[in-house]
Write a protein that binds this ligand. Structure first.
Ligand code: GLC
Length: 760
């Protein structure tokens, strides 16, 4: 297709390759990151995820590289990578030891139609060209070789197992109300980043294309995988590294990292579609306090609005929303309101009228404003790709901040539509250019989150708390996310683990699932096992659908209530650890919840481990995700581990059958851990400046701890403390202050853990 490589030229970090039929570009962003670009439709990247500064890399110290022409290829060499570029734009990447990491597949792509001859015959008779169907290529497409043993991770929120090899997926943000099955090809988020872990090597690929995209990870043919799209440029980043954390770090350096959240956002959130009046919220707040279950936020779903009109509050069931929110705040409870993109078509409704007057809504090709339907009935779609629309939306958020709202939950922003899908040719903007739904669909939620983040930041000066359902690569800069409408099913509790682990590897660190399940009815046992798992999700929210059984923890009897309380309390005592993990994430992009393979990639036992996860590097959680189970098999990776509850010592690299009665979620702590904890509180900030508790486990280790006001951006001007704790494993702890800029702890309490030997 490209023909022979005729010549090439270098301009700074970019090498332009002139083939007989096509030009391509390779840009060395850093020694481990190379951009591959074929301008099929536009000469510019026009990335919605990577900004110019990230693309430019380190301008002062650009990565050095050499170019050598051999008889067969052009060789580009950086300090970490060797890239051989051949005719027909075939490219192979090697590490500096000469090990092949990733090769373009030289054979022909052949789709397996998996249909019987009889059916194929029928299809032929209907006039279809079966051979053409088999050889159909995506308009933009890349085919890479797969080797035995290769595992593939990432790709955002897709259903199914941790390792995506042998499966196929699509990126087209989708709101599918049916129970999410392993066979689903797409869900709400499009994050075209994946990591290939080989027997001997590792690399990541970020395929920056917002059109409907296809990923076939060896399902079609075990010898190759493909990624491609309906349109756009071929624009991907090859990311190498000596281990998985380095690759995640490079990917997030490109697409951006989550800024520190407000600390309360890490607290417990209660929600339900159907909490529809003032008394309900007052009652909820009172009950949480009465039952001594910590709670930081109550969510207001669409019921608070007047006829589902965004930027309104119904006065039928709320006499004075500002007074309600202020009373809740007095009790330490913040309000988070849902805001959907669909604006009701209604004469004299200010959002509709203003948007119409200013040309802010997406249009049909004939120039009329495009109308579909969502909760309010007929609705129009703000064109969030336009900077003016984002500003307008952001300014209107003042309606909420004036009432005392502390966070905004963006939903239905795939965008969802009840009257069939939006046609491909609906006109949306891409900044200053006219574009289409086809190109902008997968970034609609991303741009809405950006509008919300920027609006809240401007209005409050605090770190915006924005939740989004739809995402593209880089949405982590603006919002946290949840996995959408799961169901109260054990399969969905099980799925929550690989789904969140893959989201984390894909740059989205602050995530959660609806605890208890959104659709269908939860059971006491399912709720208990879900809170035991969910208390480790950064977004810790119990949420369910109208019409389903209520899921407040006190509705299931004393045993459930007390177990629920135990795990919410656990979360609150671990808040300093969670907050440190968020800080780490802002600095290196590593997620809070991590699959074991992130830190133990050479251990074959963890490459397909779907029911355990790490929280940071120090805690390993093996929740029970099977109904009726009171024991479970746990795999502990290399090292020595301690049972969090009993302090029993375990040797790693082994499987254990451990006890897991209903009130126990097996948790293990790595030897040498210095675990920062806080006294339990009913909400973040209930205790003014509580002491820091350090739980010190046997073994030598060190730990960096971060402390600031948990609210605004003063930390960026130095208003924070950073400590380094070191233990030699002999009950000695050394504290060094690495940075001083915030008030001190009144006390640092050191607790050395007494260990029990495993008697099994
Ligand atoms: C969507 C959301 C869900 C919300 C509901 C009503 O289904 O995913 O969380 O409760 O809409 O707003």
């Amino acid at each position: 297709m490209f023909g022979a490589l005729k010549n090439y030229s270098q301009d700074g970090q970019t090498v332009t390759l002139c083939y007989e039929k096509q030009t391509a570009k390779i840009t060395v962003i850093k020694d481990t990151v190379i951009n591959v670009f074929v301008p099929f439709v536009s000469p510019q990247h026009r990335s919605k995820a990577v900004d110019a500064a990230a693309f430019a890399g380190d301008k002062e110290h650009p990565a050095a590289f050499t170019l050598d022409k051999t008889e067969t290829c052009l060789v580009l060499t950086t300090a970490s990578l060797i890239c051989r570029i051949y005719d027909d734009f075939m490219m192979d990447f090697y590490d500096r030891e000469g090990r092949l990491l990733c090769a373009d597949y030289r054979g022909k792509r052949e789709r397996k139609l998996a249909l019987s001859e009889a059916l194929l015959e029928l299809i032929r008779k209907e006039g279809h060209d079966v051979e053409a169907m088999k050889n159909k290529n995506d308009k933009v497409q890349c085919i890479k070789q797969l080797d035995a043993g290769d595992c593939i991770y990432g790709l955002g929120d897709k259903t199914g197992l941790l390792n995506k090899r042998y499966y196929e997926y699509e990126n087209w943000n989708s709101d599918i109300p049916d129970p999410h099955e392993d066979s689903f090809k797409s869900l709400y988020k499009s994050i075209p980043f994946f990591i290939t872990l080989k027997n001997n090597g590792i690399y990541g690929i970020f395929y920056d294309n917002t059109f409907k995209s296809y990923f076939n990870f060896g399902k079609e043919n075990y010898c190759y995988y493909t990624f491609g799209s309906d349109d756009g440029n071929l624009d991907y980043y090859f990311i190498s590294g000596s281990n998985m954390p380095e690759i995640v770090s490079d990917y997030t350096a490109l697409t951006g990292r989550m800024p520190l959240p407000q600390k309360w956002a890490l607290g417990y959130h209660q929600s339900r579609w159907g909490y529809d009046k003032e008394e309900t919220f007052r009652d909820l707040a009172a009950r949480f306090r009465e039952y001594r279950i910590p709670c930081d936020a109550l969510h207001f779903d669409i019921d608070y609005m007047d006829q589902y009109k965004v930027f309104t509050w119904n006065n039928k069931y709320y006499s004075d929303p500002a007074a309600l929110l202020s009373d809740l705040k007095q009790q330490g409870i913040k309000a988070v309101t849902i805001i959907d993109p669909g604006v009701k078509v209604e004469k004299d409704y200010f959002m509709y009228e203003e948007g119409m007057a200013n040309d802010y809504y997406a249009k049909s090709p004939d120039g009329s404003v495009y109308v579909n339907a969502v909760w309010p009935g007929d609705a129009v779609y703000p064109d969030f790709g336009k900077p003016d629309v984002r500003k307008w939306w952001g300014k209107h958020l003042q309606f909420y901040t004036d009432l005392g709202v502390s966070g905004v939950w963006n939903d239905m922003n795939e965008p969802a539509s009840f009257n069939g899908p939006l046609p491909d040719d609906v006109i949306f903007s891409d900044e200053d250019q006219t574009s289409t739904h086809r190109e902008m669909h997968n970034v609609y939620g991303h741009n809405m989150a950006k509008a919300t983040y920027e609006g809240l930041k401007e209005l409050t000066g605090k770190r915006p708390f924005v939740i989004t359902r739809a995402c593209y690569s880089g949405s982590q800069k603006y919002a946290v996310a949840w996995t959408g409408d799961n169901q109260s099913l054990w399969t969905h509790l099980r799925m929550a683990i690989p789904q969140q682990c893959n989201l984390g590897l894909s740059g989205m660190p602050f995530i959660g699932t609806d605890i208890g399940g959104f659709g269908a009815d939860t059971t006491p046992e399912l709720l208990v096992r879900w809170v035991q798992t969910g208390c480790f999700s950064p977004l810790f929210r119990n949420h369910c659908a109208t019409g389903c059984k209520n899921q407040e923890p006190w509705l299931f009897g004393d045993e459930v209530l007390s177990i629920y309380r135990k795990y919410v309390n656990l979360r609150y005592t671990l808040l300093p650890y969670f907050y440190d993990l968020c800080r780490e994430c802002e600095q290196n992009g590593l997620p809070v919840i991590r699959p074991l393979v992130l830190h133990y990639e050479n251990d074959m036992n963890v490459r397909n481990l779907n029911d355990e996860f790490l929280v940071g590097e120090h805690l390993l959680v093996a929740p029970v995700v099977e109904q009726g189970a009171r024991k479970r098999m746990v795999y502990l990776p290399d090292g020595v581990w301690y049972d969090y509850w009993t302090h029993t010592e375990y040797e790693g690299s082994q499987y254990y059958l451990v006890d897991a009665p209903l009130d126990t979620c097996p948790i293990f702590v790595k030897a040498g851990t210095i675990l920062p904890k806080a006294p339990a509180q009913m909400y973040v900030g209930e205790l003014d400046n509580p002491p820091l508790i350090l739980e010190v486990y046997p073994g030598a280790g060190s730990y960096k701890h971060y402390q600031d006001n948990g609210e605004d951006f003063a930390y960026r001007d130095g208003a924070y403390n950073e400590y380094l704790f070191r233990t030699d494993g002999q009950k000695q702890l050394k504290i060094t202050k690495l940075h001083e800029g915030y008030r001190d702890y009144p006390d640092i309490v050191i607790q050395y853990v007494e260990v029990k030997q495993d008697e099994t």
